[in-house]
Design a protein around this ligand. Sequence first.
Ligand code: PLP
Length: 428
Amino acid sequence: MSLLEQYESLGIDREVYEIGAATEEKLAKRFAAIDKTAEICQMKVIAAMQKNRVSAECFETSTGYGYNDMGRDTLEAVYADVFHTESALVRAQITCGTHALSLAMAANLRPGDEILSPVGKPYDTLEQVIGIHPAKGSLAEFGITYRQVELLPDGSFDYPAIREAINERTKLIEIQRSKGYLTRPTFSVDAIGELIAFIKSVKPDVICMVDNCYGEFVEQKEPSDVGADLVVGSLIKNPGGGLAPIGGYIAGKSEYVEQCAYRLTSPGLGREVGASLGVTRSLMQGLFLAPYVVASALKGAIFAANIYESFGFSCVPKADEVRHDIIQAVTLGSPERVIAFCKGIQAGSPVDSYVTPEPWAMPGYHSEVIMAAGTFYQGSSIELSADGPIEPPYAVYFQGGLTWAHAKFGILMSLQKMKDGGYLPPQV
Ligand SMILES: *Cc1c(COP(=O)(O)O)cnc(C)c1O
């Protein structure tokens, strides 16, 4: 069977196939540059594993209290070295990215302290963590206050307003690297470095925490290389490499990471407890694969932007823009198109390809959201997945792809569904 026949047997017609082939050919140079970054990140990971003497014994499991879990401790040392930090906490007991961020803030803040987001509104789920929207157990309930400074209209930092917002109570700065569900730009690591340098010049002892979700291994450097005191993320996104079944990480200065360990388990116990329950091998191997998985996801994002822009849909980042995370936003302009797009991603999945995604009221989000996720792990968004809040401007946020071929197929499937529904304007 030829490749075209293979695609046709999966429901892609010749026209869609050819759009894909032409787009891929055009992108060869950029894809080669992505592979270079992946190679550099791969060496970083291998070096950290060798330095910390990762061995077969590391893959033994622990149960109960989990005292003396060598594999867990080694994994944490590996993470610290990959991120060039003093310490790291990498645990299955950190249930997701929101939990990791919530933990990092709750552990390092005390009543009367203030959080500042100098980059506008944080990720939706953090609004309840912080208490921007009243919620049970929020930081606001503990007398921790919050301020934010909006980005300037061109997406850059409003330095004078940031200087003004920093006060004697400002204890922690929350910088979200990725755009999340917004259409603002994602920040480069260098831009984050400049922002941190400015903040430290105003108040040197403030804790600069970066929400690193979706950013890991996209660039050769991480925010911890440019002054971040804490970097925080989810293992069912980039650094889990698609193999981590659960987990979150917090890497950074020892004093702040230790606070997180005592908050996660208990004062007095800290990082000494927390059984690994057999997941260490997956977390370690996932980290090993992560640079190339991220490369596949990045290729998919760029491929999608190039295709959808050619039909006149506006994309963030734009088709030819440099990438700082794996998310691609495509503004489709109508709920029907968002739904068709997501149905295509679902239909292209290895798992649950026969189910039809529908919009639903997801906990933690404002509006109904439609999610396409035919994933091996529930909600894993390093696997090819798409979500679209059903609200103007009807943008779909798409990310992941454990292999480039699958990312490509999923996107072609989305295009096919748009075409079959009659939602595709003529190519421009
Ligand atoms: C995904 C994400 C989170 C939250 O992570 P969950 O694992 O979904 O809880 C926080 N911030 C950003 C920027 C994210 O992309």
